[in-house]
Each structure stands twice: as structure tokens, then as C-alpha cells.
Design a protein around this ligand. Structure first.
Ligand code: CMP
Length: 135
């Protein structure tokens, strides 16, 4: 059975462009409840830990640098079937491939500056929620 929690980040490009409000409106309109939310400014050490699963990828250091380039909004969300419904709402990682009406189609500018993150499994959702919200 799929879980009812997911985790998202409004990334630096979207925050800088003042898309936080419109993005949260779309998320709430789609039936997700906000359980926890805060503004974070990551440093390289924190970003490297968060993205450690990608550490062998060629884009890893650029990704970490980009995620430290400004404030981000981290949010714990709740809804039935949260992970899969949220991934549908945000669209493909590469905005050029994202479906019409998705958040990335509307607000992302590149595969790196892709506006928003969504957990890819129930297990990772819990890990990511704990990363930012567990003291
Ligand atoms: P996200 O899925 O939120 O988390 C991993 C991020 O790595 C992904 O979003 C993209 O922002 C980034 N990413 C994935 N693939 C590439 C790529 N080929 N080039 C640059 N960045 C990428």
C-alpha cells in the first residue's frame, strides 16, 4: 500500500522568481495538506549530504552549488497516494519533457533549475522529511 506523505523543495530559481506563492497554491489546490514548512539556506556540506545518492553523477557538484545559490522552501506534505500524485503534479525532471499543466512545465527553466523537487518513493520521502524536520 502506498503512503500518505511526501516531501518537496521549492528550489532557488523558483524562490528567486517569486513563484513560491503560485506553486503552493497549485499544491494545495491538488489536495495536499502542508504538515511542516520552512525556509532554508543550505551550505555545500548540507547539500552534498542531501544529494549523496547522486555523488557519482557528473552534475553532482553543479547541483550542490545551485542548491546553495539562494533560499529554498522545504515542505512536508500529506495526501493519499502522496508520492505518486505529487510526481504527476510536478512533471518530468527535464521541463522540456514535462507534461502541459505541470509545475515544471510552468515554472522550470532547465533540468538543473527545475523549480521543484518531489520524493521518488515512500522510503525516501521519510528520509527527506527527517533530514529537514527531525531535530
Ligand atoms: P530532483 O529530482 O529534484 O533531484 C535531483 C536533481 O538533480 C534533479 O531534480 C535535477 O535538478 C538534477 N539533475 C538530474 N539530472 C540532471 C542532469 N542530467 N543535469 C543536471 N542536473 C540534473
Amino acid at each position: 500500500m502506498s503512503g500518505n506523505k511526501t516531501f518537496t523543495i521549492i528550489k532557488p530559481d523558483a524562490f528567486r522568481a517569486s513563484y513560491t506563492g503560485p506553486i503552493i497554491e497549485i499544491i494545495e489546490h491538488a489536495g495536499f495538506s502542508i504538515k511542516n514548512m520552512r525556509l532554508v539556506e543550505m551550505d555545500n556540506k548540507m547539500a552534498s549530504r542531501f544529494y549523496s545518492v547522486h555523488k557519482e553523477r557528473p552534475f553532482f557538484s553543479r547541483l550542490c552549488k545551485y542548491m546553495c545559490s539562494g533560499p529554498i522552501i522545504v515542505i512536508e506534505l500529506e495526501k493519499e497516494n502522496a508520492v505518486s500524485d505529487f510526481r504527476k503534479l510536478i512533471g518530468s525532471t527535464n521541463p522540456e519533457e514535462a507534461e502541459e499543466g505541470t509545475i515544471r512545465k510552468k515554472y522550470a527553466s532547465s533540468i538543473e533549475a527545475n523549480a521543484i523537487h518531489g520524493s521518488d518513493s515512500d522510503e525516501n520521502a521519510q528520509i527527506e522529511i527527517d533530514f529537514f524536520f527531525k531535530n
